[in-house]
Design a protein around this ligand. Sequence first.
Ligand code: UDX
Length: 456
Amino acid sequence: MAAESSAVQGGRRRHVLLFPLPYQGHINPMFRLASLLHARGFAVTVFHTHFNAPDPARHPQYRFVPVPDGTSGPPPVAIEDVVAQILALAAACEPAFRDRLAAVLEEYSRDAVACLIADAQLLPIFEVATKLAVPTLALRTGSAACFKCFAAYPLLCEKGYLPVKESQRDMPVSELPPYRVRDLIGLGDDSCGAGRELLARAVTAVKVSSGLILNTFDALERRELEDLRRDLAVPVFDIGPLHKFSPAGDSSLLRQDRSCLEWLEARPPASVLYASFGSLACMSQRDLEETAWGIAGSGVPFLWVVRPGMVRGSAHQVLPEGFEAATRGRGMVMSWAPQEEVLRHRAVGGFWTHNGWNSTMESVCEGVPMLCRTYFGDQMGNARYVEHVWSVGFEVGGELERGAVEAAIRRLMTGEDGAEMRARAGELKKAAEECTGKGGSSCLAIDKLVAHMMSL
Ligand code: UDX
């Protein structure tokens, strides 16, 4: 281990304190970062909410400090509710976090603590740490382009791009190419109210911190990273794809059904469509049915994740009658998959995704082309890059209709341009491997990050 990239000083480990935002798409990259920093010699302490709390038994190498968050009731479904919950969680955690952080500092001694790394959505946590003289770094779990959009959000509201007007959806956003209005961060109807507040806080959190950590890599977002480095006064560490630096699966909130890996073994290369819409996106019963019949009608082998609660208004969604008989022997429906391993499997030839950033990165890194159907937040912007910048997939927009789904699946899996997208995805996979290989840009960025943390 290079001396400048290790956290061991005078034979003693320095401590890093982490605070993830408690949603799957944010927990996964934070735990990957934890694993990476632990391997570099840091002792890891994870502060966490009661909501979606991690299981300490799965991470015996870390210390866990629960922080009461005042949550009660069922998890949010609509994006507006997620926005409200994030703001409420951050506010509710603040006083308890102050006490717990003070206790930890007393126990470890202030000098032994290198810094706190928190999810950028948790501004009050940054403020508490700063008051207690603990340096902070912000982890943004989305793309560099997405953070550029966060920073531009007030301007976009002022210029009238937001809230999105139906007549302007296809208008290019000249301040933020390649986005169109419809690709901007979508936070529901209140996008210039609570949503704007949420994004503004994330930008402030980055600005008051000692650096921004991004789960992206140079070859994927070079121009966006250059823009951020030009516009931000803090260093930017592009250390992704984080999941390529540490082992899989240990931060999943739902039990992953591994039987699908065995099922994939018997399938020819690039023959299977994997369909999954992440941990938060919800669809109507009608859309579930169109999806089901589109998959059935395509004739393509499939693995489909139908998460509990994925259909709005019903805890136990039911697949349409006859679907199972129509697809028997050709596919598997499961409630949660070991996604990274599925995408890595040679039998998987396409990914129908909602384009959460983790899913997008995981697909890019395995050379799997994408069929994009987005729901909210950064997903539309990610899909825009997939289709128009990297050319490794295409969007299925508008009202979901089984005939269009069938045609899109065939195009991706067996069509000529699907094959071209697969070839380009293969090139991106190689670029990701180079960035994470010895001397690659992400490896160098990790060394810089560790050196930076040791200097704080
Ligand atoms: C959310 C937002 O929706 C997303 O847009 C934002 O970028 C991050 O926060 P989520 O919807 O859960 O995330 O999507 P995504 O970012 O793709 O993260 C999902 C994670 O769950 C991935 O790491 C994926 O590997 C994992 N997963 C998904 C599983 O382990 N099994 C599954 O069956 C499905």
